[in-house]
Design a protein. Sequence first.
Length: 594
Amino acid sequence: MKWVLAETDEGAAAALSERAGLHPLIARLMVTRGIHDPVDAKAFLACELSSLSDPRIFSGMDRAVARIRGAFAAREKIVIYGDYDVDGVTGASLLFLSLKSLDSVVECYIPDRISEGYGLNRGAVEKIKASGAGLIITVDCGVSAVSEAELARALGLDLIITDHHEITGLNSSKGSNSPSLPDAYAILHPALLEPDVPAETRERVSGLTGVGMAFKLVQALLGAAGSDERLYGYLDLVTLGTVADVGKITGENRVLVKHGLDVLSGEGNGQRPGITALREVAGLNGKKIGVGTVGFSLAPRINASGRLERADMAFRLLTTSSHEEAKALAVSLDEVNRERQSVEESIGEEAKRLCLKEDLAGTGAFVLSSSEWHPGVIGIVASRMVEAFYRPTALICVKNGVGKGSARSIPGFDLYGGLTKCEDLLLGFGGHKYAAGFTIAEEKIPEFRERLSAVVLEAVGPQGFERTLSIDGSVALDALTIDLIREIDKLAPFGQGNPEPRLGCRGLEVLSSRIVGNNHLKLRLKGGNGTALDAIAFKRGDLLGKKVRDGAKLAAVFTPRLNAWSGKTAVELEIRDIKMETPEGKKVGAQAGR
């Protein structure tokens, strides 16, 4: 793994430190993240809900709100059409609960992943029309549903689309609509803004996910400022969906997630029954909820129903007012999640064997297919293969001559852009820069495999497959005081677009080394000035006795944390990567953080 020091304007960092009264390291971290002005730094640290944008900046918002209010007045049935993943289910739940609170006639339709697939489908549109509805509002889907929008119009159904997926051909710098957009009553999308919206505001809302766009619609319906108490109660749902969809934790997303984590961490009667039950089955009662907890514990349980069962189980969990029903649903979801993990592990082992058979040097992307795989988990497995082999990966489940694929990418390759270059081979596709889904005829898979691999090789070149680790700056161990770590923590929540700080230090001596827990490497490291701190490298117990031993010298990249234990608080280093050093202080190879 190659270490790369993040480029930072040192002059700007020094100026920000002086003008804003910030520790030099905090100022450097802010400048690295694009914050140069003291006013912006103050707003970033304050992270106030009052800073949320006016939802009317989205073109189509006024029209959408007027149509929905008209449905309220006429007692017209509204159907919310949500996607089956966490982003879609939380967004659908948020919109459903808010419309119910406004005394509307509303139902929710979430398609089955297996039989219906992603997005708005013609059969569902016909069913919704037959149910007596006059208005469909999509959540986290619909921006590519051109033919389905035509059908809705022909049937006399109005369609409001809220989505955040890529729009092919959109000139986002001007906010103009592509001719390929569906002919809907209104379309709400982070890239579709009124012409006079400032560039800074465009950037702040650009990362909104499906649930984020549903939230902006609710904000507009309520005519509420961001700090309105009525909106605060929905932030748990916004946070679950945003984190699960790997939305950028920047701009408005950062504000929503920061406060949403507080809602998720709450106890007692103020918390949603479904969240209370979900925390209980996940063993999180009494614990502070962070981004990692959402991504690795809460979100997978919500996602499990949409992957192996019907996602309406998760929808019912998030919208029920009954603690008894919530508990039963949470237990069921926990059981389904365990089943999902088993299925995922089996497919992952087979996918890894197939990857190992390939010539890695000549492979730009892995495209793997099977008729035995479950389509609900292949996206997760694709992510695992990307992590293991550092190549864009697509897994395809083939049934009746048609493959449903899920793909994931590496930082240096725009996956959605790559799929556009294979568009003639696909029956359909959609997604983002790093994640996408597609359908393909079985006989086209070999050609697709060759072309996508070639597109990747051409785009990234040989150096594009070298893993890199960006380092925010170097620091001496004695500088890592408890007060400084608390200042660093104010930059949270961390995630996509706002990663946890990674700091580096050379000339560290290993005072002690041992294995703890599930193969974790526990170290005591001493810096050149004599300061010693505990450190841990997760899942790297294999290094003990090989490269890491007592008395050895090393360089390390780490994230500093505060560890509270037995009433005492101390600084601990979470190791991201290690390189052993020769007596002359030269690094001799990456040993951890792979």
